[in-house]
Design a binder for this molecule. Structure first.
Ligand code: COA
Ligand code: AMP
Length: 601
């Protein structure tokens, strides 16, 4: 189905570029129906493996077609039509994928919210994208506890100004939620007797989804993904970057709440006719550090994609790789890493233990697919540890100076991409064209600013060194220290605060907070610190991993009042630092050092 585009790029309204402006398609049709029609109906589309609930399940392309058409029918029954938004707040279960694909089938725009975010974050997203319906489940499973979704969802609905019409709740066998008769509907009830929904033809530039990601401020950015460029770029990447073929088993051990999950658990493997593995568990502790290798051997996984932090956890629990020896993982052709810097220690350990190419590649929620990689399907380039290799076709990556000039090779600068961005990358932010320009296009005229700093070597290999903004990367999860500071400031006893990302050998980075208390606060420091830790957990969610905070009498600032966060970070990381020339009160650093000691810094 769909109409071939006559034009490739419409640049008449730059910087709002449109790829394939007169093409039409349906994403769900391309991910499912096309394969059923070409004879892949009996092939597994999804293999669901959930050590946290002891469940394994296979869903063929034909079965997926039925489930998706049925749930799309249910959404239609709830009056969801093309262009309406649907929030999906679900654990890693097949129904989450079914809900995403069902939205795509009827042209509705989904917005998946990661389960580790608290009600407040969910409420912010509800108010921004104004969903007609929310799809959720009774619970999620963390290794040590069951997460009840309904109380989180109910609280978010209460906080949000936008009124959600209906919530569809999937009741899991492990825990049944109490439904609210005013707006909740049981998934299994609503799918009964519905008419199966057909794929709706949408324009290539119609939005497929909105995915919120952290920026400098507390307000997340709603990254928009269109249908056409998304399908083209992801399909292309499966062959050319990951070197997999239709029929192969591909596993992205991530979460559907993140872009890696959207692109490489759901859409790309299905566009390409692969079998995707949906894993509900952790790299360690469910039950042990052998889980990844067990899954690879059991399902003959050809390519694994995960975050370095997951493998650091495996390496820490099993440094000599004993678990690897228990499984036949000869099906594994290559391992791709992204989401954070791939530290050479972990990469070298993996090379030694697995004896396959370990490919670091670099991208972002905004780009939707790899900006820099080693394109194994085109040509396996020599690997340089510490580099995600070269810019992929479509990305004109340049490293710029503050003045916006390309810097010489080997010189650190702002990694930027010359416009237009390729198909698949964000066309704008949801309902926020101005913010899109301000956030990404305002610093360097004609370029998209990635927010990462780094350099290129003489052979154009890229090296990603750090962020240039307040984004930190905690266990592969992108978080905003600005958002955490906003949460801390809401505490009645906090006069001022700063949050920085400090080095952590497992999670890469973890947040560290410094707070100054209001005069007259008569609580002990210990009590206030516990309260602010709870506040961040309740406002942002457990995924923020905000556990370390110290009280100081003042924060180090420049004479113009800017908090010297970079210096605080260096002190905590115990790396060399120089007294900033413009600091207003040099003694404050001694106090910080003292305050951080009991926290292990
Ligand atoms: N729902 C509810 N809570 C969640 C959650 C979810 N979906 N995901 C994580 N959490 C909670 C965890 O239970 C934990 O809570 P705690 O403070 O009570 O222990 C907290 O959020 C932090 O979770 P996590 O980041 O998973 O850390 P961890 O210490 O439990 O595990 C790792 C460490 C390295 C094993 C884990 O972070 C990991 O597997 N990381 C890989 C991440 C990844 O794949 N990222 C995708 C980018 S490609
Ligand atoms: P996200 O939008 O959550 O995918 O996070 C994107 C950010 O993660 C990037 O801007 C980088 O800061 C970081 N990142 C992702 N992949 C890599 C990588 N391979 N090397 C270094 N940093 C990375």
């Amino acid at each position: 189905m769909g109409k071939k585009t006559k034009k490739i790029l419409d640049n008449s309204n730059s910087p709002f570029y449109k790829w394939f402006p007169d093409g039409t398609l349906n994403t769900s049709y391309n991910a499912i129906d096309r394969h059923v029609l070409s004879g892949r109906g009996d092939q597994d589309a999804i293999i669901y493996d959930s050590p946290v609930t002891n469940t394994k399940k296979r869903i063929t392309y034909s079965q997926l077609q039925y489930k998706v058409s049925q749930f799309a029918g249910a959404l239609t029954k709830l009056s969801v039509v093309k262009g309406d938004r649907v929030i999906i707040y679900m654990p890693m279960i097949p129904e989450a994928l079914v809900a995403m694909l069902a939205c795509a089938r009827i042209g509705a725009v989904h917005s998946v919210v990661f389960g580790g975010f608290a009600s407040n974050e969910l409420a912010v997203r509800i108010d921004d994208c104004k969903p007609k319906v929310i799809v959720s489940a009774s619970c999620g499973h963390e290794p040590n506890r069951i997460i009840e979704y309904k109380p989180l969802l109910d609280k978010a609905i209460e906080i949000a100004k936008h009124q959600v019409e209906k919530c569809v709740i999937f009741q899991r066998d492990t825990f049944k939620a109490q439904l609210n008769p005013n707006y909740d509907i049981d998934w299994n009830q609503i799918i009964k007797d519905v008419s199966l929904a057909k794929s709706v033809e949408v324009d290539a530039n119609d939005p497929l989804y909105i995915l919120y990601t952290s920026g400098t401020t507390g307000k997340p950015k709603g990254v928009v993904r269109d249908n056409g460029g998304h399908a083209v770029s992801l399909k292309w990447s499966m062959n050319n970057i990951y070197n997999v073929n239709p029929g192969d088993v591909y596993w992205a051990a991530s979460d559907i709440g993140w872009v890696v999950g959207h692109s490489y658990i759901v859409y790309a493997p299905l566009f390409h006719g692969c079998t995707t593995v949906l894993f509900e568990g952790k790299p360690i502790g469910t039950p042990d550090a052998g889980t990844f290798w067990r899954i690879i051997s059991e399902y003959k996984v050809k390519v694994l994609f995960t975050a370095p932090t997951a493998l650091r956890a495996v390496k820490r629990d099993d440094p000599t790789g004993e678990y690897i020896k228990n499984f036949d993982i000869t099906s594994l052709q290559s391992l791709f890493l992204a989401g954070e810097r791939a530290d050479p220690d972990t990469v070298l350990w993996l090379e030694d233990k697995l004896k396959i190419p370990i490919i670091d590649h670099w991208w972002q929620t905004e780009t939707g697919w790899p900006v820099a990689s080693n394109p194994l399907g085109i040509e396996a380039l020599p690997i340089k540890t510490g580099s995600p290799t070269l810019a992929m076709p479509g990305y004109d990556v340049q490293v710029l100076s503050e003045e916006g000039k390309e810097v010489p090779r080997g010189t650190l600068g702002a990694i930027s991409i010359k416009l237009p961005l390729p198909p698949g990358s964000l066309p704008t932010l949801w309902n926020a064209d101005d913010r899109y320009i301000e956030s990404y296009l305002a610093t360097f005229k004609g370029y998209y600013e990635t927010g990462d700093a780094g350099y290129q070597d003489e052979e154009d290999y890229l090296y990603i060194m750090s962020r240039t903004d307040d984004v930190i990367n905690v266990a592969g999860h992108r978080l905003s220290t600005g958002a955490m500071e906003e949460a801390l400031s809401n505490h009645i006893d906090v006069a001022e605060c700063a949050v920085v990302g400090v080095y952590d050998d497992l999670k890469g980075q973890v947040p560290l907070g410094l707070i100054c208390l209001n005069k007259g606060c008569n609580k002990t420091h210990e009590i206030v610190c516990k309260e602010v830790v709870d506040l961040v957990r309740n406002d942002i969610g457990p995924v923020a991993a905000f556990k370390s905070v110290a009280v100081v009498s003042s924060l180090p600032k420049t004479r113009s009042g800017k908090i010297l966060r970079a210096t605080i970070r260096k002190i905590a990381d115990k790396v060399e630092w120089e007294m900033p020339a413009t600091v207003d009160n040099p003694l404050v650093f001694e106090e910080i050092k003292k305050a951080l000691k009991p926290l292990g810094y």
